[in-house]
Ligand binder design. Structure first.
Ligand SMILES: *Cc1c(COP(=O)(O)O)cnc(C)c1O
Length: 408
């Protein structure tokens, strides 16, 4: 496979990455997705759109985010060197704003007045609420009643930003019901509303658009690393939930055949069904949420229950482009458990002064494991977000990390 033309070829015009992807939609929504697709393909070529997005990234988001060499941590592990792409320093503390600002700008260019989404832990909701405030768009976020109670700080943030948070009290009162409610809203209001998907998942064109908006991470990182070191990293890695921070980091390196690319999925408490969310590692092909990919299914073929200590990673499927890159063998997928992620969380905090998000800690845990096995070389980790949001939970469960601070 010649990867130099990869980005031109994938997805194809039907939104397919090989056999994965596509758009499985109720008939009413086919024209709405077509409209978004056509508008995006036109607008993303316009210099006005490109210049405005560049300005937003520089002046509002604080891009480019730096690359950082973890010298103390690396020395503890062995000879390989770990570097971080600091998406935790992006405005609002994670990579999610990269695609939310893109989606907001698209809504603005399309003359839409309103953006909506569902949110689980509230991270996507906060990023979208931020974009809505910036662009002066109305915003409604659907959230299960259980999550509203658990994630009070994020609910407060969204409200302060001027977003309407709808608490969904049917069924299990969590993410799935929130998705259903947001979808019903969209079916009624697609003429003036865009449903902004929170990762590189969903029907075409969302996996493509979210990827394109996130690729700024990998392009910056590739240039910065090369300027710093004079060569490319040996390994590039990122955590994989739906797959947005990882696809954005990976694709700018896809044609660099010497660079090994590794996605890291959450192994949670173990390999039993319901104890993890390692879709690529333990899943099989299927269709859910409007696209074809690799997913975790129960015996009836429905999405299986999933779990991870990192709520941003507990999704039972994975973006279709990851399924494709896995099938091609270009990207490898590994796992890290809750315990390994918590260990990485405390080690980065104590040895480098950076408190990482539990999601990002999975990628770091893999990098730390790998660094011990390598006798030279460099590993570049996408540190997708900061860990402030996780502090209360981690302290309650693990204290202040005294059990984790030493290296074995
Ligand atoms: C949401 C989130 C993720 C997981 O989402 P992807 O789409 O897989 O990137 C990872 N890290 C952080 C900090 C998040 O907030």
């Amino acid at each position: 496979m010649d990867y130099s033309t990869y980005l031109k070829e994938y997805p194809d015009k039907d939104g397919r990455f090989g056999k994965f992807g596509g758009a499985y939609l109720p008939p009413q929504l086919v024209p709405a997705m077509q409209e978004i697709n056509d508008a995006y393909l036109t607008i993303c070529q316009s210099s006005q759109f490109i210049n405005e997005l560049r300005r937003i990234r520089r002046e509002f988001q604080g891009r480019p985010t730096p690359i950082y060499h973890c010298e103390r941590l690396s020395r503890k592990l062995g000879k390989a060197q770990i570097y971080l792409k600091r998406e935790d320093l992006n405005h609002t503390g994670a990579h999610k704003l990269n695609h939310c600002m893109g989606e907001g700008l698209l809504a603005k260019f399309m003359g839409k007045k309103r953006i909506i989404a569902e949110t689980g832990a509230g991270q996507h909701g906060v990023a979208l609420a931020t974009a809505a405030a910036f662009f002066g768009l109305d915003c409604t976020i659907y959230m299960g009643e259980v999550d509203v109670a658990k994630q009070a700080p994020n609910v407060a943030r969204m409200k302060v930003l001027g977003t309407k948070v709808v608490s969904v009290s049917r069924g299990q009162k969590t993410l799935k019901e929130a998705v259903d409610a947001a979808f019903e809203d969209y079916m009624e209001n697609y003429k003036d509303t865009i449903y902004c998907i929170g990762s590189a998942v969903g029907p075409h064109p969302f996996p493509m658009m979210v990827r394109d908006f996130q690729m700024v991470v990998g392009y910056e990182a590739r240039t910065q690393f090369t300027e710093m070191m004079g060569h490319l990293p040996d390994v590039v890695t990122a955590c994989v939930g739906g797959g947005s921070n990882s696809i954005g980091m990976f694709l700018p390196f896809v044609a660099d055949s010497a660079v090994e690319i590794v996605g890291v999925e959450p192994l949670g408490r173990g390999t039993d069904v319901g104890d993890h969310a390692a879709s690529m590692t333990y899943g099989s092909e299927g269709v859910m949420h409007g696209f074809d990919s690799i997913m975790l299914k129960d015996s009836k073929g429905e999405p299986a229950p999933v779990y991870s200590i990192a709520s941003g990673l507990d999704y039972p499927s994975v973006g279709p482009e990851h399924a494709f890159l896995n099938a091609l063998g270009r990207v490898k997928y590994e796992t890290a458990s809750d315990k390994e992620a918590v260990d990485a969380f405390f080690k980065l905090s104590r040895y480098e002064g950076i408190i990482p998000a539990l999601e990002s800690s999975h990628a770091l845990a893999y990098a730390m494991r790998r660094a011990k096995e390598m006798d030279h070389g460099s590993i570049l980790v996408n540190l997708s977000g900061r860990g402030d949001k996780d502090l209360d939970y981690v302290i309650e469960k693990y204290g202040y990390g005294d059990d984790f601070k030493d290296f074995d």
